[in-house]
Every structure is written in structure tokens, then in C-alpha cells.
Design a protein around this ligand. Structure first.
Ligand SMILES: *[C@@H]1O[C@H](CO)[C@@H](O)[C@H](O)[C@H]1NC(C)=O
Ligand SMILES: *[C@@H]1O[C@H](CO)[C@@H](O)[C@H](O)[C@H]1NC(C)=O
Ligand SMILES: *[C@@H]1O[C@H](CO)[C@@H](O)[C@H](O)[C@H]1NC(C)=O
Ligand SMILES: *[C@@H]1O[C@H](CO)[C@@H](O)[C@H](O)[C@H]1NC(C)=O
Ligand SMILES: *[C@@H]1O[C@H](CO)[C@@H](O)[C@H](O)[C@H]1NC(C)=O
Ligand SMILES: *[C@@H]1O[C@H](CO)[C@@H](O)[C@H](O)[C@H]1NC(C)=O
Ligand SMILES: *[C@@H]1O[C@H](CO)[C@@H](O)[C@H](O)[C@H]1NC(C)=O
Length: 496
């Protein structure tokens, strides 16, 4: 299966730019390419259930002294802050020379007691440093000059010690000395490597070994997060010991279950007046969308696909009401950064910043002088081997094992929209524990929530696109605080 250069029209519309602006000044569609490959007849992507790759033993290498060496003194153009941050490499396979880059931000206050939260972006192939750390929930945002940073006062390190991981190999600064390691990626290999990373990282930061640990992520991380969680449970059980103190997971605008995800996308387009009812009807009739994604073969399907394509051409599908980035030049003087009004050209600024040699030096990144630039979404991963059609069985497993499971959805994302998420959750047929109700923040409706027996919480974030903390940083922070505290989202604005 080839992710690049496939010529099927249909998904160029559908998923073009699935994962937001990415590649330098261009926009890539990592997830779109995957879907294209997955849903094409005779696809070579393995969509069967997820399984842990078995190793005789997991390599945990000595990490002494490495934490101190990873501490970041100060990033170029960085404002002063009162917390420590770290960046560096963790070897995940010594024999092939595979190493993952991480960026770790300690909590502003109480870092000794607050939980450890891992954040993963999706793609496949997109960087948690680019999106998560620098455009969503990290402590800094990059100014329009591409050189200086400003503080994100809604950073999630108010609530947790936050670990951002660039994964798999070939993403961002993460690399392998063996090209075959990153040319071909896959869910199973990613989960396995992420697990090895985590054990080694905990060895380097031993004070976090017994800390309550949570995994979060968005989009294609709807696969990565549950698969890593499953791998952790698997190894804990095998060892009859809590090797990783996993307490829960939270995923947003996430791929969950391919067939319901696909139907939900078109229902969302039509219900939000982006495509006609006629197109919706024809998509469902000719593209076999309800069975397993659209079948891409018939002429009738192609015709309506082109129609839909035209309707969506000039919309940012990651936030259907957002302005587009019209000027991709950096500015001489930094524009005043606005946290509450997300700048659609942010990806340009981040790309410029991450490619500055002094920045890479300060981050302890790119120490092996990689032959390609740092990109928000990987230009080097070309194939994806396996991607199960559903992760619902994993969510069921977590509930049976008493993990906290939250699913959130920015409700103006057209890529993995709230309709898709609702249909996917409905597939589980869970009894309702707390009926649907608005949740409040500062006298406004932050979104809506429903809690199911078992214990799964679904929450929308009102007015947020695909990258929820980019568009609604305050609501996102409130959401993660409630998740970590295990408290229900409030009906009223009173502080609890
Ligand atoms: C390291 O890579 C080699 C070669 O691909 C593989 O056989 C081995 O299982 C890998 N080890 C781990 C821990 O993933
Ligand atoms: C990859 O190769 C470079 C150059 O030989 C070496 O410095 C580096 O340590 C290797 N990376 C890993 C993870 O082994
Ligand atoms: C697992 O560990 C517990 C105590 O930590 C012990 O009581 C139990 O017998 C162990 N089970 C197995 C299968 O070794
Ligand atoms: C829809 O897909 C299913 C499963 O692949 C297949 O059996 C059926 O024939 C398809 N229907 C059409 C109209 O293509
Ligand atoms: C962007 O920069 C280029 C090269 O300096 C310049 O020619 C162009 O006019 C600029 N575009 C805008 C919209 O400012
Ligand atoms: C790594 O450094 C080299 C040499 O400075 C540079 O050309 C390359 O773009 C960098 N790559 C990444 C991924 O940072
Ligand atoms: C919020 O309202 C719902 C529905 O009215 C109710 O079931 C639930 O108990 C309330 N939750 C809180 C935290 O007050």
C-alpha cells in the first residue's frame, strides 16, 4: 500500500488536508492518504484487530544523568517561566538505531503531586511537538516572526506534567538509522515503540514511575492512545505488577470506528449546510458509505464525490467557520499573538521556528543531523501497514479494567466531526448514567456531555475545531482538569 501518489479522486476532496496545515508552506493530508489507502478495493492495509507485538524482553537501558542533560536552559525567544522543561532522545531500538524525541513540560505548580499526562497527535505521521506543544496545549506559542515565543496561559501544565512525544520514527525529530524503520509505519509497531519509549523515559525520570498516568490525544491518536493503553495493560498483567500506573485515557475528534466515522462525516456536511441533501442522498446510495467507508468504484459515486469536493474546496475542514491562511510570509515584527482567536497561519510560524539551528540545539534535537527538514507531518513515512477498522473493543476492555475513559469532540470540526463520534459511541450500546446536559464554564455553555455506565464520559467542546485547545483553550483546560480530577463536568458555573 502506498500512501503517496494514489490517484483516486474521491478522497482528495474528502480528506484533503485531514490533519491540518503541515508541510512547510503546503498542507498535507496524512490521514486522508491513509483513508484513501484503507478504503480502496484490494487495500493492503491490515484492518483486523489490534495485537501486541511480543518481545522476549523490553529493552530498558541505563538512563543515569540523562535527565539533567535533557533540561532545556531557555529556548531562543522564550519568555521567562517558573517551571522546568526538558527535551531529548530516548532510544527505542538499539540494534536499528531508532530514537524518539520527546518534549516534557513540568507543571507550573505542584509538579511533585500532579499526574503525568502523555499527549499524542495523529496523522499518521504528525508531530505532537508541532500541534500539541506549539499550537494547542503547550506552554508556548510561536509569534508571527517565526523566531520568538509567547506564553499560553491556558497551557495544560496548569493541570499536569505534560509529555509530548514525536512518534513513530520519521516524525519530526524522531528518527532511525535504519531507513526501513520509518519508510513503513503501522499501528502495531507504533504502539510497541511507544511502550519501549515510555519505560525508558520513566527510567530517566524515576520520580514519575508511580505517578498517576494518563494518555491523551486527538485524531489518528484515537488509534495510538488506546493501543498504547492496551499494551500497558497487557504487560502489567503479564508481569503481575504495575509497571506503568495507567489510570485513564482521553481522546478527541478521534478515529474510533471506520464505518460510523464515515457516515457521520457526510451527515455533518449536510446538516451544517456545506453540501446539499441531494449529494448526501447520492453519497449514501452510490458510495456504499454505511458499510465500510465509501466504495470508490462506481461512476455515480465519483460524480457526487466531485460535487462534494467543489463544495468543500475553500473551507478549512478542521474548523468549518475558521478563516484561511492567506499570507504565508513571516512578519518582520511579531504580530500580537492572540490565544482566543487562533491564527490560521500558526503552522508557518512553528515550521520556521523548529528549523532554526539554535532552536534545535536548545531542544537537544536533531543531534545526528538528519538529511531532511523538520516538518509538522512526516515527509518520510510512506507506507502504513496496519490500521484496525475499529478500536471499540479496546475501549470496552478499559472500562472492564476500571480505567477512566473520556471522549471529547470539538463541535465545528468537519474532519472527524461530532456526528461520527456520537455514532461510534452509540455502537457500544452503553446504558446512560447521567443524561445529556450542557456543561458550564464562566456562565457560558462550554459544551454538552453524557456519561455512560461503565464509566465512559462523552463531552463536546462548543465552538472548537479539530484541534480543540487551539480554538477553545479555556474550555479545553477546564475539560482536562475535570478529566484528571475525575469530577463530572459541571451543570452550573459554581466552582466545585
Ligand atoms: C529492534 O529491531 C529489530 C530489527 O527490526 C527487531 O527484530 C527487534 O524485535 C526490535 N526490538 C524491539 C524491542 O522492538
Ligand atoms: C544513529 O547514528 C548516529 C551516527 O552514527 C549515532 O551518533 C547515533 O547514536 C545513532 N542513533 C541511535 C539511536 O543509535
Ligand atoms: C500476583 O501478585 C499478587 C500479589 O502482588 C499475588 O498474590 C498473586 O498470587 C500473583 N499472581 C500470580 C499469578 O503470580
Ligand atoms: C457495499 O459493500 C458491501 C461490503 O463490501 C458489498 O457486499 C456490497 O455489494 C456493496 N454494495 C454496493 C452497492 O456496492
Ligand atoms: C511574501 O514575500 C514575498 C517575497 O519576499 C513577496 O514577493 C510577497 O509579496 C509577499 N506576500 C505578501 C502577501 O505579503
Ligand atoms: C537537521 O540538521 C540538518 C543540518 O543542520 C538540517 O539540514 C536538517 O534540516 C535538520 N533536520 C531536522 C529534522 O531537524
Ligand atoms: C447535571 O444534570 C443532569 C441532568 O439534569 C443530572 O442527571 C446530573 O446529576 C447533574 N450533574 C451534576 C454534577 O449536578
Amino acid at each position: 500500500m502506498v500512501l503517496k501518489g494514489s490517484s483516486i479522486l474521491f478522497f482528495s476532496l474528502l480528506i484533503s488536508s485531514f490533519l491540518s496545515p503541515t508541510h512547510g508552506k503546503k498542507r498535507t493530508d496524512a490521514l486522508g492518504l491513509l483513508y484513501k489507502a484503507k478504503l480502496t478495493k484490494n487495500s493492503a492495509v491490515d484492518t483486523s484487530g489490534f495485537e501486541v507485538i511480543q518481545h522476549d524482553s523490553v529493552e530498558v537501558l541505563p538512563q543515569e544523568g540523562r535527565k539533567e542533560r535533557d533540561r532545556i536552559e531557555k529556548l531562543p525567544g522564550q519568555p521567562n517561566v517558573a517551571f522546568y522543561h526538558y527535551g531529548g532522545y530516548v532510544t527505542v531500538n538499539e540494534s536499528t538505531g531508532k530514537a524518539f524525541y520527546y518534549y516534557f513540560v513540568e507543571a507550573e505548580k505542584s509538579h511533585h503531586s500532579l499526574p503525568l499526562l502523555l499527549w499524542l497527535n495523529g496523522g499518521p505521521g504528525c508531530s505532537s511537538l508541532s500541534f500539541g506543544a506549539m499550537q494547542e496545549l503547550g506552554p508556548f506559542r510561536v509569534h508571527s516572526d517565526g523566531k520568538t515565543l509567547y506564553k499560553n496561559r491556558f497551557s495544560w501544565n496548569h493541570a499536569a506534567n505534560v509529555l509530548f512525544l514525536e512518534s513513530p520514527a520519521g516524525v519530526g525529530f524522531s528518527y532511525s538509522n535504519t531507513t526501513s524503520d520509518f519508510k513503513k509505519g503501522g499501528d502495531k509497531q507504533t504502539a510497541s515503540d511507544n511502550y519501549v519509549f515510555l519505560l525508558n523515559w520513566l527510567e530517566r525520570f524515576p520520580e514519575y514511575k508511580n505517578r498517576n498516568f494518563y494518555i491523551s490525544g486527538e485524531s489518528y491518536a484515537g488509534h495510538y492512545v488506546p493501543q498504547l493503553a492496551h499494551t500497558i495493560l497487557h504487560h502489567n498483567k503479564k508481569a503481575n505488577e504495575t509497571l506503568v500506573n495507567l489510570k485513564g485515557i482521553i481522546i478527541g475528534n478521534a478515529l474510533i470506528n471506520d464505518d460510523t466515522d464515515a457516515v457521520g462525516i457526510y451527515d455533518y456536511f449536510a446538516s451544517h449546510a456545506l453540501i446539499s441533501e441531494k449529494s448526501l442522498y447520492q453519497i449514501k446510495k452510490y458510495c456504499n458509505v454505511s458499510v465500510y467507508g465509501p466504495t470508490l468504484s462506481s461512476d455515480e459515486c465519483m460524480a457526487v464525490a466531485n460535487e462534494v469536493d467543489k463544495d468543500l474546496e475553500n473551507i478549512d475542514i478542521f474548523n468549518i467557520y475558521a478563516p484561511l491562511c492567506h499570507n504565508t510570509n513571516l512578519t518582520q515584527k511579531p504580530k500580537k499573538g492572540s490565544l482566543l482567536d487562533f491564527d490560521p497561519c500558526s503552522y508557518i510560524y512553528v515550521h520556521a521556528y523548529m528549523n532554526i539551528p539554535e532552536v534545535q540545539k536548545a531542544l537537544h534535537a536533531n543531534v545526528t543531523k538528519l538529511s531532511y527538514d523538520w516538518e509538522s507531518c512526516s515527509p518520510v513515512i510512506q507506507d502504513w501497514e496496519d490500521s484496525p477498522s475499529t478500536i471499540l473493543p479496546l475501549l470496552q476492555e478499559f472500562m472492564e479494567n476500571g480505567l477512566r475513559v473520556w471522549i471529547f469532540s470539538g463541535d465545528i470540526d468537519g474532519r472527524m466531526p461530532v456526528t461520527s463520534t456520537k455514532y461510534s459511541i452509540n455502537k457500544m450500546k452503553l446504558p446512560v448514567k447521567t443524561a445529556w446536559h450542557p456543561w458550564m464554564l464562566n456562565g457560558e455553555v462550554g459544551g454538552y456531555t453524557e456519561v455512560y455506565k461503565g464509566d465512559l464520559t462523552f463531552a463536546t467542546v462548543r465552538g472548537a475545531g479539530h484541534q480543540v485547545p487551539s480554538y477553545q483553550p479555556l474550555r479545553a483546560l477546564s475539560l482536562i482538569m475535570h478529566f484528571l480530577a475525575g469530577t463530572p463536568l459541571p451543570n452550573t458555573s459554581r466552582h466545585d
